[in-house]
Design a protein around this ligand. Sequence first.
Ligand SMILES: Nc1nc2c([nH]c(=O)n2[C@H]2C[C@H](O)[C@@H](COP(=O)(O)OP(=O)(O)OP(=O)(O)O)O2)c(=O)[nH]1
Length: 132
Amino acid sequence: MKIVLVAAVALIDADGRVLLAQRPEGKSMAGLWEFPGGKVEADETPEAALIRELHEELGIDTQESCLAPLTFASHAYESFHLLMPLYACRRWQGTAHGRENQALEWVRPNRLREYPMPPADLPLIPVLRDWL
Ligand SMILES: Nc1nc2c([nH]c(=O)n2[C@H]2C[C@H](O)[C@@H](COP(=O)(O)OP(=O)(O)OP(=O)(O)O)O2)c(=O)[nH]1
């Protein structure tokens, strides 16, 4: 089974809320809520991939020193195995907006369960709730 490395981040605002982004129509798992991030390209570190994706998807800028490893997801999808490190980030420049027309929501940790997420993400929710 092919292992796909995806880097994701829990952006945490001053009120302790976490940013979720809705997967757009036309993508796999459309409509589900996910942590910002994306596939790590060849010759790219997970941190560099996140910095790139945050800029492209949300129009915000951060740096490696602001990305703290938090936990990871390891999940068998039908056609690949997802390995997804989840970082926490509290410092960035700019205001997040969906540059690819995806809906965004700042969500309190105890409400994360109300947002339908990809199956790989479900074990991450209690970790975030305990940690925040
Ligand atoms: N960014 C992100 N991706 C996630 C999460 N949970 C989860 O299963 N994924 C999966 C969905 C995708 O298969 C993959 C991320 O790919 P991507 O966002 O870079 O690219 P994509 O949607 O165009 O990928 P795809 O349509 O080919 O599946 O990881 C999550 O919380 N955040």
